[in-house]
Unconditional design. Structure first.
Length: 253
């Protein structure tokens, strides 16, 4: 299993206590720094415009990624094109990490929650996978690939839902859940995969031949295995610490 990046955001954490795998890179996106500290976690990196943080981290003077109990800090402008969360993902991606567990990315502002779901799809289209933890559920995305759940005993009425994120999701196949599909084609304008369920003791899979799916499932379900038909990109984009060039002259002053 490759290295994992755990990202702390500034949204809601509900009752879930984030689990930090041994050796994971921990990145705090802006106000996620406060959440991490409240849970006894010192991030390796804090990134953002720091408009929702109680106090600036004790920056690591050497810019290093470990040791000394200090935090590498990357300051971003407030007027930027992307939110702080994908910039946090870039920190991990630039270190070769392709698996991301994201906490505090749901709840609070609806626009940020939607942006984070978009980010899951972007991670998938670059050949990685992200898991966005929310209110008793986890959301993930897969492009031209499959996620597989081992047999489990998740209680009835704990829902698994599947959505087309791309304009078209071709060859969507569901096996081992209460409601199965042969390969079918979906669009992102019509939700057809809401409110499925695990079956006791039965492994299951959700796959798409072409396109991107968003999948939500109960947080108590076992971690799924995943396969992507997308070649992993070397870059998720550079961390952009410049003020947006897309702003009108009025905003540039």
């Amino acid at each position: 299993m490759g290295k994992v990046c755990v990202v702390f955001g500034a949204g809601s954490y509900y009752d879930e206590i984030p689990v930090i795998p041994q050796g994971a890179l921990v990145v705090a996106a802006d106000g996620g720094y406060d959440h991490a500290l409240s849970l006894g976690v010192t991030p390796d990196v804090a990134i953002g415009d720091f408009d929702s943080i109680s106090g600036m981290p004790d920056s690591r003077p050497d810019g290093g990624m470990s040791g000394g109990g200090r935090v590498r800090t990357i300051a971003l402008p407030a007027q930027k094109d992307e939110t702080d969360m994908p910039q946090a993902v870039k920190v991990g991606w630039n270190q070769g990490i392709r698996v991301f567990h994201i906490f505090g990315g749901l709840g609070g502002r609806l626009d940020h929650a939607l942006a984070n779901l978009q980010m899951l799809a972007d991670i998938a289209r670059h050949g990685g996978i992200g898991f966005l933890h929310g209110d008793g559920s986890v959301a993930t995305a897969v492009t031209d690939g499959e996620i597989r759940f081992p047999a489990n005993q998740v209680a009835a009425r704990r829902m698994v839902s599947v959505f087309a994120h791309s304009d078209k999701a071709l060859g969507v196949t569901i096996r081992g859940l209460k409601y199965e599909t042969d390969p079918v084609d979906w669009t992102n304008s019509h939700a057809l995969g809401v409110s499925n369920e695990f079956l006791p003791g039965i492994p299951s899979s959700i796959s798409v031949r072409e396109g991107t799916l968003i999948v939500t499932y109960p947080v108590e379900a076992p971690q799924p295995q995943w396969r992507s038909g997308v070649e992993q990109d070397a870059s998720f984009g550079e961390i952009d610490d410049r003020r947006s060039e897309l702003l009108s002259p009025l905003f540039h002053g």
